[in-house]
Ligand binder design. Structure first.
Ligand code: ACO
Length: 426
């Protein structure tokens, strides 16, 4: 077996090397502190693997993403969000009957407890829908408290189904609330994405025509967002989940983490940035700002912790952007600015050197905008999509014998021991 050798103060220690299915290598340091008295220091966990996982595979250098072994390009072209959710959560694509049963369950669990409807009234009108979503998801554990005591797999799967289905209802209700419009209930005859669009856009005074192309685009966006291994929000779900707290509460932490502008919140920021740029002539000014170390501005939708090559999800979405905009027949000046911005940035030495490419958020906002989703809902859309990934990781964590409470260490750099000084002597 391959070994790594580390030398500390003249003494050598052997550490195991673990190899993943795609040949990636990891040095197992789980015995390091016991053997050497040292810990590792890794800001932002740039080099730290936290577990072995069988859910998704990313090769950031080659721009590869696979869910349970299946390339994202194939799922984006051939699957639906419901089918991909099943794949991520259960590990295999569903058979015909399994898919029908799963869709039926998603339909059955799509309503909210009527008491939860009153919660929406308690939020100020200007509340961000991500805040509403995370609060409401946490509240689900009070409505379905059996999750605390009955941790059998069927019960976890039931909670997972509720989450995937109800998140969509909560999201649509929070939008209706922000408009001051009556809630539109889910319908049994509609598929997952069609149901969401209907809950968002139909009203007692205006029928909403469900366009199959828009349903397809939404399926694609949710599939693209469904899973991305140990990112910030998934790590939040796992950190909280490792303490033993229930699935609903763990997922609510993931929504909070996703809200941040360096993570899922970037899709909203991209549109706001493109709007601020306003016209192609202003692009170079913004690029200069992004390169200026004294300016905190970053090019939103550019760069990724793992992809040091084109994000494969951005490539898929870029193609879809053209199709969906042609179909909707709207001119989309933001797309023109986005394409020019990308072109200029990818030729600029600063971005080339740092391997900064457009990420998934760069084009997703333009499609969401084109299909009528309001900008403040963009990160919520990401959360609806990411739900199966978070759930799959929570389940994996809870079934893994190696799981321990996630509790990193630190290098203390504060004062050495000193005495307490009474207040009158300070
Ligand atoms: N614009 C300008 N410069 C950038 C950008 C950017 N978008 N992203 C990274 N850089 C620069 C940094 O200033 C740094 O430069 P330096 O080496 O001269 O100091 C270098 O590139 C490396 O950047 P880090 O922040 O160290 O890279 P990290 O892997 O920690 O960050 C991140 C990745 C957070 C995504 C970053 O690229 C970023 O802030 N991007 C903009 C926000 C964004 O689009 N987020 C969405 C990510 S995708 C997702 O979460 C779904």
């Amino acid at each position: 077996m391959e070994k790594a050798v580390i030398e500390i103060a003249g003494k050598k220690y052997e550490l195991k090397v673990i190899t993943g299915t795609e040949g990636e290598k990891a040095i197992d340091i789980s015995e390091l502190r016991k053997l050497t008295g040292h810990i590792t220091l890794d800001y932002g966990f740039m080099n730290t693997g936290v577990c072995r996982s069988a859910i998704s595979f990313i090769d950031g250098e080659k721009g590869i993403l696979r869910y349970r072994g299946i390339p994202i390009e194939e799922l984006a072209e051939k699957s639906t969000f419901v089918e991909t959710s099943y794949l991520l959560i259960h590990g295999e694509l569903p058979g015909k009957n399994e898919l029908e049963n799963y869709s039926e369950l998603l339909n059955y669990h799509s309503m909210l407890h009527e008491d939860m409807k009153h919660f929406f009234d308690g939020f100020p009108a200007a509340s961000h829908p991500m805040n509403i979503l995370s609060t409401m998801l946490n509240a689900l554990s009070s409505f379905y408290p059996e999750i605390e005591t009955n941790t059998k797999i069927e019960n976890i799967d039931l909670a997972a189904t509720r989450l995937i289905s109800k998140t969509r209802t909560i999201a649509a209700f929070s939008y209706k609330k922000s408009k001051g419009h009556p809630f539109v209930y889910p319908r049994k005859d509609l598929t997952y994405c069609a149901n969401f669009l209907n809950m968002m856009f139909s009203s007692p005074v205006a029928t909403y025509e469900i366009d199959p192309d828009i349903v397809k685009a939404l399926n694609l966006l949710l599939i693209i967002h469904a899973e991305h291994e140990q990112n910030c929000s998934t790590t939040a779900v796992k950190t909280i989940g490792s303490s033993g707290v229930n699935l609903y509460t763990s997922i609510s932490a993931g929504v909070s983490a996703l809200w941040g502008t360096l993570h899922g919140g970037a899709n909203q920021e991209v549109i706001e940035m493109l709007e601020a740029i306003g016209k192609p002539e202003n692009i170079s000014k913004f690029i200069s700002r992004a390169k200026d170390k004294n300016d905190s501005f970053r090019l939103m939708g550019f760069g990724h912790r793992v992809y040091k090559n084109y994000d494969p999800r951005a490539r898929i979405l870029k193609k879809t952007c053209d199709k969906i905009l042609a179909k909707i027949k709207t001119s989309q000046p933001l797309l023109e600015i986005a394409q020019k911005l990308e072109e200029i940035a990818l030729r600029d030495e600063y971005f080339i050197e740092r391997k900064l490419y457009p990420n998934v958020d760069f084009y997703s906002g333009i499609i969401y905008k084109a299909i009528g989703i309001p900008v403040e809902m963009f990160t919520v859309m990401f959360a609806i999509g990411r739900m199966p990934g978070w759930i799959a990781h929570w389940k994996e964590l809870n079934s893994d014998q190696e799981t321990k409470i996630l509790r990193p260490r630190q290098v203390y750099i504060g004062s050495k021991i000193r005495n307490y000084i009474p207040i009158d002597k300070r």
